[in-house]
Design a protein around this ligand. Structure first.
Ligand SMILES: *Cc1c(COP(=O)(O)O)cnc(C)c1O
Length: 476
C-alpha cells in the first residue's frame, strides 16, 4: 500500500497537474497515479478508520476534490469545443454531481428526480439534456416547462408526443434524435450499435424520414445523439466511434434538412476494474478525437459538441468501505463475512463476465499486515451470490478490519438491490477541502417500514406500519 497522504489535494486539485506519466500532459490528470494513490488508508488526510467511526459502516466515501479534478483533467485533454455532460445515472448523489459541476460538468438526466437534482445543484437549463427510452408525459412536460437545452427523442412516437406537448404550450423545444447506428463498433464491453434496440431510431429510418423541418414545427429537431457503448478502454475505438458519429450527423442533416445545433458523440469512457485492463488516458483519448473535432468545428462553428460520461468521471473517486464481522474457514478456503455486500455494490459481483473477477480492494486498517493470502469476502445476504471478492489476495483479516473496494464511485448503491433482505442503502460521505460531509443518510428501519401498509383480512385497511407519532423504529 502506498503512503496515506498521496490523495492530498496537491496531487488531485484542478490547478495542479498529476505526477507526469505516460498518460499525463500539462494540467492533465495522471489517472494511473491517482488510481494508485486511492489505495491509501486515508482520503485527503482523513483516515478511513476515523470516517468509519464517525459515520458507521458499510459506507461509501467519495473524494470530492478528485471528482472535480477528473472533470477538469478530461476537459483539458480534449478539444476545447467539447462539452462534458455527466450522466447522473452513474451516481445521482447531488453533492457528487456538485463536485463534478465545479469542474465544469453539465448534466445528462433520465428521470424527473435526476432533472430536479441537476436543477437543485444550480445547473442552467441550457446545460441539461434529457434522455431515455421511455419518457413519461410528466417527464416530457417537465423538460418543456424547464426549458432544457434538448430532449433526446428515442422514437418517432416520442417525437410526435413532444411535438404535441410543445404545440399545446405554443413553444418550440429543441430535440436531438438518438440514432441507433447501423454499424457495431467493437471494443466496448456493451455494444449499442448495429443491433435491434429500444434505444434510438435506426439510422436507416432517420435517413429515410424525409424533411423533418416541415413535419415538426414545435419539436425543433436540431441535432443527433449516438451512444455506442460503455467501458471503452481503447482510445482507438473512441476515435472510430467519433469519426462515425460526426459523419453520420452530416449525412442526416443533408437527408432531413435539420440544423446541427448540437452533436452528442456519446462517450462510455471506461475505467479499469480487473487485472489486465489498462487505463484509458485522457491525453490518449484527446490524441484520437481532437483532430476529428477540429475538422468538424471548422465546418460547423456554431454546433455544440457534447460528450456524455458517467463511469469515467465518478468511479475512481469512490471507495466502498466495509467492516469485517467474522472470519472463518470452509473446506480449506478463508472467508471474511463483512457488514457490506452486493446489495450496495452489485457491480462488484462482476455481472456479464463468465468467471468472477474481483474489483480492486485493499485493507484500510492502519496496522502491520502480513503476507497476502486468498480470501473470500462475503456480505450479510442469504445468497451465495453475495460475494464481493473471491480468492482475493489480502493480508490476514480479523474481525473489526476495514476493507475498501476501489473504483466504486459509479453504479454503486443506485444500481444495486438495496432493499434485498431489507438492509436498505448505506451512508454516503463526500470529502472535500479536507473535510468529510455526510451526503446521504443511511436508511433506518423506519425508513423502510414507513411506505408499507399492513393489510389483513380482519384488520383495518392499509394501516401504516410505522405510526406517524412513532419514529423510534424497533417494536418495544
Ligand atoms: C449510461 C449512459 C451513459 C453513461 O455511460 P458511462 O459508461 O457510465 O459513461 C451515457 N449515455 C447514455 C445514453 C447512457 O445510457
Amino acid at each position: 500500500m502506498s503512503s496515506p497522504d498521496t490523495t492530498s489535494p496537491d496531487t488531485t486539485s484542478p490547478e495542479t497537474p498529476g505526477t507526469p506519466g505516460a498518460n499525463a500532459g500539462p494540467g492533465i490528470l495522471d489517472v494511473a497515479a491517482v488510481t494508485e494513490a486511492m489505495r491509501g488508508t486515508s482520503v485527503q488526510g482523513i483516515g478511513y478508520r476515523e470516517l468509519a467511526e464517525r459515520f458507521g459502516t458499510p459506507l461509501y466515501v467519495y473524494d470530492g476534490d478528485l471528482l472535480t479534478a477528473t472533470v477538469t483533467g478530461l476537459r483539458r485533454a480534449l478539444h476545447p469545443a467539447l462539452e462534458v455532460f455527466y450522466s447522473l445515472k452513474a451516481n445521482p448523489n447531488i453533492s457528487v454531481f456538485a463536485a463534478l459541476r465545479a469542474g465544469g460538468a453539465r448534466a445528462e438526466v433520465s428521470s424527473l428526480v435526476e432533472l430536479r437534482t441537476a436543477l437543485a445543484a444550480g445547473t442552467e437549463p441550457e446545460n441539461i439534456l434529457f434522455l431515455g427510452p421511455g419518457k413519461s408525459e410528466e417527464e416530457l412536460a417537465a423538460c418543456l416547462d424547464t426549458g432544457v437545452y434538448a430532449v433526446v427523442c428515442e422514437s418517432f412516437a416520442e417525437l410526435d408526443r413532444t411535438e404535441r406537448l410543445a404545440a399545446a404550450r405554443r413553444i418550440r423545444q429543441r430535440v436531438l434524435l438518438r440514432v441507433n447506428p447501423a454499424l457495431a463498433i467493437s471494443g466496448s464491453r456493451l455494444t449499442m450499435g448495429g443491433k435491434p434496440r429500444q434505444f434510438g431510431i435506426d439510422e436507416a429510418q432517420v435517413l429515410a424520414a424525409g424533411d423533418l423541418t416541415t413535419r415538426y414545427r414545435h419539436a425543433d429537431v436540431a441535432g443527433i445523439q449516438v451512444y455506442l457503448g460503455t467501458r471503452i478502454l481503447d482510445a482507438g475505438v473512441l476515435g472510430k466511434n467519433t469519426r462515425y458519429i460526426l459523419d453520420l450527423a452530416e449525412r442526416i442533416s443533408a437527408a432531413t434538412g435539420i440544423r446541427l445545433d448540437a452533436v452528442d458523440i456519446g462517450g462510455g469512457l471506461g475505467v479499469p476494474y480487473f487485472d489486465g485492463e489498462a487505463e484509458l488516458g485522457p491525453a490518449e483519448a484527446g490524441r484520437e478525437i481532437n483532430p476529428l473535432l477540429d475538422a468538424f468545428t471548422a465546418a460547423h462553428p456554431r454546433t455544440r459538441l457534447i460528450m456524455e460520461s458517467g463511469r469515467y468521471l465518478a468511479a475512481r473517486a469512490g471507495v466502498y468501505v466495509l467492516g469485517v464481522r467474522y472470519v472463518k474457514e470452509s473446506l480449506g478456503e478463508r472467508f471474511a463475512v463483512a457488514d457490506g455486500g452486493t446489495h450496495h455494490h452489485m457491480a462488484a459481483v462482476g455481472i456479464g463476465s463468465f468467471v468472477k473477477r474481483n474489483f480492486p480492494a485493499v485493507l484500510l486498517s492502519d496496522r502491520e499486515a502480513g503476507e497476502p493470502r486468498p480470501w473470500n469476502v462475503t456480505g450479510p445476504l442469504c445468497t451465495p451470490n453475495d460475494s464481493l471478492l473471491k480468492q482475493a489476495e489480502l493480508p490476514d483479516l480479523v474481525p473489526g478490519d476495514l476493507l475498501g473496494v476501489l473504483n466504486s464511485g459509479a453504479y454503486g448503491p443506485s444500481a444495486s438491490p438495496g432493499l434485498f433482505l431489507s438492509h436498505g442503502f448505506p451512508a454516503e460521505v463526500l470529502v472535500t477541502g479536507g473535510r468529510a460531509h455526510l451526503v446521504r443518510e443511511r436508511d433506518r428501519p423506519e425508513d423502510l417500514l414507513r411506505p408499507q401498509r399492513l393489510v389483513t383480512a380482519a384488520g383495518p385497511a392499509g394501516a401504516a406500519v410505522v405510526p406517524a407519532a412513532d419514529r423510534g423504529g424497533l417494536p418495544r
